[in-house]
Ligand binder design. Structure first.
Ligand code: GN1
Ligand code: MG
Length: 376
């Protein structure tokens, strides 16, 4: 058993005796462990080490999560919803949201814990699933419901855990800086792609430029990757949205665009076979259907008008981020091999080009669906 994690686990209000520690490698940012405890019954918990290079204010992250999950619990209760769940923080024995551990190098490590939500599965892609359309519908519905459950939560109560997280223009400037700084010589690998990305920055900055003006600030998740939905392993129903570190004031469009980019592309984010990288229109329509059933009545005209293009913008943004990290020598995203961020960038870049060819069809579908599902 991992002795360090065992010691850290002792600081939390877990019930029973620790019998197993399993590492979970799905996320690109934090480190996660599934802990099993036994007394009369078996219980599982999720213990996570927050990546404090990415989240420089871990206490703020936990405060946001506490506020948001309490609000979700209250609204689920109000609507007598016993199906959906949210994260439940397990405090330390001294009643804190975080345990701070000082390691051998004298650095501080921040740990937090949640109840483990069992009997669920999270997907990295629906590409091999038999019932992928139904799952995509559930995925859209899950993030739609998440937004709906927080619609009456005042966004100004939340702190910004990562500044400018979806500021597409800032992400673009970061790319330019990484080209200028030449930490690596890697920019020379992508002359054509970089020129193309430069040509798209204006049209891809429309959400951030309208945010707080024609596009309302809402409470949003901001990391609506497919594997952040826990789905019932038998029924496929979306049970809970996890990874709430980036829940902040933002635009509903960030969540919709990023959600479709992730759930409806036909491949994993690091797939290198070009022929397999495309946006699946059937999945996109199913996702939109699920999302709009929950949110259509709350969206403004401007939000509706930008729904389609948000898919392109969020894909563009992630392409910029993977490329920037590759040029900077891989300091942000966890990588599993040397050119991992290069492959991730190319994947999003190919996806971006494919999305551009499908936007007209997607927009048509959105208008048709809005009319059907909006109630007066
Ligand atoms: C990161 O932690 P994870 O894997 O859910 C990243 C997202 C990216 C995603 C791409 C805080 O998400 O913004 O879209 O990788 N999260 C952060 O795989 O940067
Ligand atoms: Mg995350």
């Amino acid at each position: 058993m991992n002795e360090k994690i065992k010691k850290i686990a002792e600081k939390f209000e877990f019930q029973g005796t620790l019998t197993n520690i399993e590492e979970n490698n799905q996320g690109n940012i934090n480190k996660s462990y599934i802990l099993t405890y036994k007394d009369k019954e078996e219980r599982k918990y999720l213990l996570q080490k927050i990546n404090s290079n990415v989240f420089t204010e871990p206490y703020l992250v936990m405060k946001n999560i506490e506020l948001v999950t309490n609000h979700i619990k209250k609204n689920l209760k109000k609507t007598h919803d016993n199906i959906h769940k949210t994260l439940n923080i397990i405090k330390t024995k001294s009643g804190e949201n975080l345990y701070t551990y000082t390691n051998h190098e004298g650095e501080k490590e921040y740990y937090r814990a949640f109840d483990y939500i069992d009997n669920c599965i999270s997907y990295d892609s629906f590409k091999d699933s038999k019932n992928s359309k139904e799952l995509a519908y559930q995925a859209g519905k899950s993030f739609g419901l998440f937004q709906k459950l927080l619609i009456d939560f005042p966004s100004n109560l939340l702190g910004e855990t990562i500044k400018d997280f979806h500021n597409t223009k800032k992400r673009f400037n970061d790319l330019l800086l990484s080209i200028e700084n030449k930490v690596t010589n890697r920019a020379y690998e992508f002359p054509k792609e970089i020129i193309d990305l430069i040509s798209k920055v204006k049209e891809c900055s429309v959400i951030v430029e309208s945010l707080g003006k024609t596009i309302p600030l809402r409470v949003t998740h901001n990391d609506t990757k497919l594997n952040n939905i826990l789905m019932d392993e038998e029924t496929g129903v979306g049970i809970a949205i996890i990874d709430l570190d980036t829940v902040m004031p933002g635009s509903s469009l960030f969540d919709l665009g990023d959600g479709i980019r992730s759930a409806c592309s036909n491949s994993f984010e690091d797939e290198t076979d070009k022929s397999k990288i495309f946006l699946d229109l059937d999945l996109t329509e199913a996702y939109l259907q699920g999302y709009l059933e929950e949110m259509a009545n709350f969206l403004t005209i401007d939000e509706i008008n930008y729904l389609g293009v948000s898919i392109k913008i969020l894909t563009y943004e992630l392409a910029l981020r993977f490329l920037t990290d590759y040029l900077n020598g891989d300091t942000y995203f966890k990588i599993k091999y040397e050119s991992h961020n290069r492959d991730r960038f190319l994947n999003q870049y190919i996806l971006l080009q494919d999305i551009e060819t499908k936007l007209e069809d997607i927009n048509e579908f959105i208008l048709k669906t809005i009319k059907k599902v909006q109630t007066n």
